[in-house]
Each structure stands twice: as C-alpha cells, then as structure tokens.
Design a protein around this ligand. Structure first.
Ligand code: BES
Ligand code: MN
Ligand code: ZN
Length: 499
C-alpha cells in the first residue's frame, strides 16, 4: 500500500521559465489568465500582441469576459508556438486573491488533463505576489489529478511537463510541494474504507514519514490499552479493524531540542457508520471522508517537513472505524478517558469527540506551545456554515486569529463560532463527568467543541470543524468530487509564518 501514497505528481515535471517569451515556447497548450473588464491587462497583454489582438477582439465581441473560472479554449491561435491557447477568467482585477488563483489554475489543468499532454505552459502575471504564484502553481498540480484511483480507464492524465512562465523557480517548487500535501490528503480521503482503515492509514503515514524525515510512532490496540486510551478503544470496538494512534515528530533545522511549537491533531474515523446509533444509508454513503482531519494533518506535516520549515511539530492522528459489531460500545456506557474524565455515551454517532478526547490528552502531555485539531465533527457545523466554510472554535482568541489570518492568506474560508461558558451545562451528565452530546440538536457544533475543550488543559487550542469543506459531493470546475484536501494550504502557511 505504501507506494500508492508516494509523491502524487512525481511523473509530472514542473519548472519555471523566464528566459524566453511565453509565446515562443513549443507546447500543447498555453494557459493565459485574464481579469474581468481588463482582459488585455498584465501578462495577457503580451499574448494579445503576439496573437495580433486575438484577445481584444474576442473580448470586444463578448466571447471572453474574464469572469471567475470562465474557461475559453482557442484551438487555433496565430502567433504563438503552442498548439492551442486556453483563456481562464480570474474575475475582477481588484481583490484578486490566492484562493481565486488556486482555483483558476486548477480549473485550467483539470480541463486540459482530460487528454494526454506532453507540455503545458501557464503564464504567471508579474503583478502576482510570491504567495499568489505559489498558490496558482499548487492549484495547477491539484487540478490535473482526479478521481481515477479505482477506474480501469483513467479519465485524467498528468502532463509530462508543466512550465510556469514568468514565475520564480522557488515559487514553483514550493507550490508543487504544497500540492503534494493537498493531493496526499485527497487521495487518503478518496480511498474506499475497505482499503483505508486504521492499520493501512498508519502504514501510509509510516511511508510518508520515511520519505520526509519524520519520526513515527504507531500505537496498536495493545499499546493503546497500556496508554489507557479507553475512549479510542471504545469507538473501535464495534469493528474487526482495531484502532491506531499515529504520532509523527518533525524537528526543523536548528531545532534539535525543545518542546513542540505546534501540535496538529486529526480525527481519523476511517468509516463512520454511526455505530449502534446507526446512520441512515444516505448519510452513511460519504462517511469514508470521516478521516479528513487526520488526512489534512498528515498532508500538512508532510509538506512542512519536505519544506524543512524551522519549526518543531508533532502530528497525532486518532484512527478508528465506527461500526456495529458485537462488541460495539453502547448507549449508556461510561468510559474513563485517558485523562481520567468519565464520558457517558448518549449517541455512538458522536464518536469523533470521543476519539479526540484521548488524542488531545496524549498531545497535552507533550506540552506543545499551541494545538490545532481538525475534524469532520458535526453535521451541525454544515447547517451553520454550509459546504464551503470551516468552523473555528478556540480557548485562545489570539491563536485563533493567527490561524484565521493564514486561512485568509491562502483563500480557504473559515468562520469562528462562540464558545460561551453557558454551553458547558449542555454536556453535563447525570452519571459521569460529561456526556458526548448536547441537549437536543441546537448548537451542536459548539457543544462538540465544548467537549473537546475539556481535554486540552490550558494550552492555546483551536478546533477546526471541516465537516462541510472536506468533501465535495459534486465536482466543481476546479476539482473532481471527493476529498478536497482542505486545510493543508492553511496549515503550511501557518507553519511558514508571515511572508
Ligand atoms: N462524522 C460525523 C459528522 C459529519 C456529518 C461529517 C456529515 C461530515 C458530513 C459525526 O461523527 C457525526 O455523526 N456527528 C453527529 C453528532 C450528533 C450525533 C450529536 C451529527 O452531526 O449528526
Ligand atoms: Mn458520527
Ligand atoms: Zn464521525
């Protein structure tokens, strides 16, 4: 299994090219980005000139508008060495951000990857910041990979060579490394639950660790018992596939010692049937995505380590399959979590927080300076924020602000929800310290976060509920349906610190 998770864009070479004019590069296609209302401004002006005013003509006739993600293939274009020209809209020039560039570049390569291509040239604009070039490059490497894992006849082919014209080589290299993390997370999410379960996830993590120079520790069910991880074990008991905990350690250059600067914690429920509080079939269909938090953390850690960022990082994933087997944990059970806190189970479908209770305790013991956890935790968060926005919850406002700023920088939408102390009453239990659901369904994303808060001690912590954005049920112009790799770009940005 390990090799399947190796570098996802490895047979596709990316490079920068600034020494020759883009119109003179022989290629299957040249991709040019245009802005709304100013189709021939910036780098597009050069292509307009080279083609004898083709872009201005088509803009005047309304064939090219530059609206966001508009995709106009020009199969015959005079004056350029490439065999065709693809014009991608970016929307208005003012307010152009990294998220738009990421998606626009992905739209271009997703469109072109439906046929084999030797060489594709994408033209960066001199006005883009380094971060913007990086995110566009990342998008271009994400768009050409789709949902082909289990297809006999593949629908996409990665280009043999992708050339980013007008872009610094460093930004191209960094962008592809970011994409590797995103694509790794997507691949893990898209792998069906009968192939990806706690053990195989941990094997994938071991292969990533080997490749990127991280230390890895894997706790199997025996080690979990020794470590008193009764909560993880309880969730895993209904499955024939025992749970795992994966701990990855990365020490940045010049940081051989010292406590972790940052801990990443991921929910890795490799399949969530709901357990005895069984989900209806419709709601269960996509529940292979319930390890998206763990996948995002592994993808981010892999890129952070590959970039050799100067940070000490620990990444801990709690892996379990929530099933209904004869030993399954039951409603009314009281579990003593690793921290000693007792949890009364009111609903076995609220399993993510139970798993994370132990993972957070393991992390708390390591005394990191800050914690982030990512989890497809609640349907309630999707009710609150929809499909595209991740929910933020924190015990430390300034730490949450730092994370939100990183998300904004790379264009991943997030929105903070409150953590008022009053909500704590809702998870009070009649028989144990806490119960694993709130009173009724209202505010369910917040009561879940309140539950997690019990296990982080005084360490600044931000919880990210990615139930909405982790998985696209339908394809978008820039990405196939399935895992999105959400949060990887944000976490890498965060670990890099301000530009
Ligand atoms: N994994 C689900 C949350 C989820 C739902 C993620 C839809 C992605 C898409 C989680 O384990 C769950 O089942 N949560 C319950 C909690 C409830 C029982 C308190 C929910 O949201 O319904
Ligand atoms: Mn559940
Ligand atoms: Zn779940």
């Amino acid at each position: 299994m390990s090799d399947e998770f190796s570098n996802t864009v490895s047979h596709c070479q990316f490079r920068a090219e600034s020494s020759v004019p883009p119109e003179s590069i022989a290629a299957d296609c040249l991709v040019v980005f245009v802005t709304e209302g100013a189709v021939t401004s910036g780098a597009a002006a050069e292509i307009d000139r080279a083609t004898g005013g083709l872009l201005s003509t088509l803009s005047a006739s309304g064939e090219i508008t530059g609206k966001k993600y508009e995709c106009v293939p020009l199969l015959v274009a005079p004056g350029i060495a490439a065999r065709q020209l693809l014009v991608i809209g970016l929307g208005p020039r003012s307010g152009l951000d990294c998220g738009t560039l990421y998606r626009a570049a992905a739209t271009a390569t997703r469109h072109l990857s439906t046929r084999p291509r030797e060489t594709v040239v994408l033209l960066a604009d001199g006005a883009w910041t380094t971060r913007q070039v990086e995110q566009a490059v990342a998008g271009s490497a994400v768009g050409m990979i789709g949902q082909d894992l289990y297809r006999r006849e593949k629908k996409r082919t990665q280009f043999r060579t992708t050339i980013w014209a007008n872009a610094p080589q460093e930004a191209v290299t960094t962008g592809t490394m970011i994409a590797d993390g995103v694509n790794l997370a997507r691949r893990l999410v898209n792998t069906p639950p009968d192939d990806l379960y706690p053990q195989t996830f941990s094997e994938a993590a071991a292969s990533i660790a080997g490749r990127t120079g991280m230390e890895i520790e894997i706790w199997d069910e025996h080690q979990l018992a020794k470590e008193r991880c009764n909560a993880i074990l309880a969730v895993g008991r209904g499955s024939s596939r025992p749970p795992r905990l994966v701990k990855l350690t990365y020490r940045g250059p010049g940081k051989a010692t010292g406590l972790p600067d940052l801990a990443l914690v991921g929910k890795g429920v490799t399949f969530d049937s709901g357990g005895l509080s069984l989900k209806p079939s419709d709601g269960m269909l996509t529940m292979k995505c319930d390890m998206s938090g763990a996948a995002a953390m592994l993808g981010a850690a892999a890129t952070i380590a590959a970039l050799r960022l100067p940070i000490n990082l620990v990444t801990v994933c709690g892996l379990a399959e929530n099933m209904t087997g004869p030993a399954a944990y039951k409603l009314g059970d009281v579990i003593t979590a690793r921290s000693g806190t007792t949890i009364e189970i009111h609903n076995t479908d609220a399993e993510g927080r139970v798993v994370l209770a132990d993972v957070l305790d393991v992390v708390r013991e390591m005394e990191p300076k800050r914690i982030i956890d990512a989890a497809t935790l609640t349907g309630a968060c999707m009710v609150a924020l929809g499909h595209d926005v991740a929910g933020l919850f924190t015990n430390d406002q300034s730490w949450c602000d730092v994370l939100a700023a990183a998300a904004r920088e790379v264009g991943e939408p997030v929105w903070q929800l409150p953590m008022y102390a009053d909500y704590d009453e809702q998870i009070r239990s009649e028989v144990a310290d806490i119960k694993n659901v709130g009173d009724g369904r209202w505010g369910g994303a917040i009561t879940a976060a309140k539950f997690l808060e019990r296990f982080v001690g005084n360490i600044p912590w931000t919880h990210v509920d990615i139930a909405g954005p982790a998985f696209a049920e339908k394809p978008q112009p820039w990405i196939d349906g399935g895992g999105t790799g959400v949060l990887v770009r944000t976490l890498v940005e965060l670990a890099r610190g301000p530009e």
